[in-house]
Design a protein around this ligand. Sequence first.
Ligand SMILES: [Zn+2]
Length: 148
Amino acid sequence: MQNGEGKSLSDYSEYLRMLDEVYKDVPRVRSTGEWFAIPQLKIEYEGDKSILVNFKEICELFRREPSHIMKFLVRNLATAGYVTDDLKLVLQGHFNEDQIMNLLNRYVSFFVRCQNCGRPDTRLIKKAKVVYMVCEACGAEAPIKTTA
Ligand SMILES: [Zn+2]
């Protein structure tokens, strides 16, 4: 049999556990202002395709949609490609790490790095068909060129 006190205690620890769950999902804002490093790319070659195995890691680091990064790479490499269910990037043709890394750095300067303060703590929002970059570090909000 449960007394009232026991019940409220367990409710409280349940509440704390839920708070933990909630905070776990909140993206942490990097407060140091330090620039992040793109991890070493893991590329596998299969027939005439290049597979970026750790594409997921890069999407999470950039906090951008995999399809957005994929389209940027495909367009700039003038090839075709797609993202697999487990978030690997498959590119038609052979591309080396330098080629892809150069483009990822360009992507960051166009779509991730705040033009005002240079920090990567940004997100993209769409207003009336225009995409804006909003910086969580300095509050800057600026339209970006989506054709980059
Ligand atoms: Zn900023």
